[in-house]
Design a protein around this ligand. Structure first.
Ligand code: CP3
Length: 344
């Protein structure tokens, strides 16, 4: 059964469209850059509950968004498991790789009591919850197993042909790795709920590189298992699934994974969005590049295109992917006000 939107985003009054933005806390905000510098590194910031909580709230203070997503990263899960993780300035994440089944036994699944790092993120969740306006929903998240695996299995970012060849030749390794990630992700999400998150988003950012069979094995099945366990633990927690780039398979995901809402990337055609909205709440899907425009008219056109088809019940406004770091702050402010005041 479809959960009502007002339980998903508490502020929704059925007239004004709820909005939050992926990567709403980050480098486009000058106040983020100040705390990022103070922390010394991105990971130090993620694992500093006071600063991470402050960063989470920065975009809420500025724009009055309806959801606050906890400041962290999907790659903290392999970090909990013991894989060495670094974020190099200007290069993105660098994660210790796994190439052989024998290396899997070095991964140790952590619960809240045995993982200081997980505890830090949960502390940041409870601090944020205590500070946040009651009308703003606190969103927790995790990367889905396939997407997290892409960083564990491959040293080169964005080299998906080599990665897919490796995956096709190492099916047992991939399956066992995904099973470990399913288990760790479930533990982590339960801990986030315990600490106070009110919504969960599952990021499967690289779902789009898989063929149909792989999509079934590595996207549908793992997401299904995670959702099932989380719903068993807390039947009332709304879950948003984001199988980015899934194309036609978006519909399969919506049919088969028991999430409450589906986050659509900017390439999902509006007709498919409407079809998915028949069965699930949808979230999305403004092209993030539009937000770089020097002409606000471009933002209006982009929003109107989406709102004229999806406005109303069961719709959350978001971008199709994260905010690009060159985005002018004033454009974000304009977008939020324009969406909130948009009426049919
Ligand atoms: O505001 C929010 O959305 C919450 C925080 C958040 C971050 N990463 C902060 C971050 C969330 C939800 C993520 C998810 C994430 N991380 C994903 C899934 C969403 C997506 O983008 O597809 C992925 C694939 C990652 C992995 C990751 N983290 C990459 C590839 C990079 C480097 C790219 C980049 O933009 O630099 C990161 C770094 C990262 N994660 C930053 C932030 C604010 C930038 C680090 C910095 O401040 O130096």
């Amino acid at each position: 059964m479809k959960l009502l939107l007002d339980t998903l985003l508490k502020k929704s009054d059925g007239v004004s469209t709820p909005i939050w933005l992926m990567r709403q806390a980050g480098r486009y905000l000058p106040e983020y850059m100040v705390l990022r510098k103070e922390a010394g590194s991105f990971l130090n910031l993620c694992y500093n509950p006071t600063l991470a909580s402050e960063v989470t709230i920065q975009p809420i203070k500025r724009f009055g968004l309806d959801g606050a997503i906890i400041f962290s990263d999907i790659l903290v899960v392999p970090d909990f498991l013991g894989l060495k993780l670094e974020f190099l300035d200007g290069e993105g994440p660098k994660l210790e790789n796994i190439k052989e089944i024998a290396q899997l036994k070095n991964l140790i699944i952590k619960d809240l009591n045995s993982s200081e790092k997980m505890q830090k993120i949960c502390d940041s969740i409870s601090i944020t919850k205590s500070k946040l306006d009651k009308k703003t929903s606190l969103i927790g998240f995790a990367g889905s197993p396939w997407t997290v695996s892409t960083y564990i299995l491959s040293e080169k970012r964005n080299d998906f042909s080599s990665l897919r060849l490796f995956v096709s030749k190492n099916k047992i390794l991939v399956k066992e790795l995904i099973d470990i990630l399913i288990e760790q992700t479930i533990i982590y999400l339960k801990a986030q709920i315990e600490a106070g998150v009110e919504i969960i988003q599952l990021f499967d950012s690289w779902a789009g590189v898989l063929n149909e069979q792989e999509f079934q094995d590595y996207v549908i099945l793992p997401n299904k298992k995670i959702v099932k366990e989380i719903k068993k633990y807390d039947p009332n927690i709304p879950i948003i699934g984001f199988p980015r780039g899934a194309g036609h398979m978006y519909k399969t995901y919506a049919d088969q994974v028991n999430v409450d809402a589906i986050s659509l990337d900017q390439n999902v055609p509006i007709n498919l969005a409407k079809e998915i909205k028949e069965i699930k709440i949808v979230q999305g899907n403004l092209e993030p590049l539009i937000m770089l425009s020097t002409d606000k008219e471009d933002i209006k056109i982009g929003v109107d295109r989406i709102m004229s088809e999806l406005y109303g019940k069961d719709f959350i406004f978001n971008l199709g992917h994260g905010i690009i770091k060159e985005t002018p702050v004033e454009n974000v402010e304009f977008l939020v006000n324009y969406v909130k005041n948009w009426k049919k």
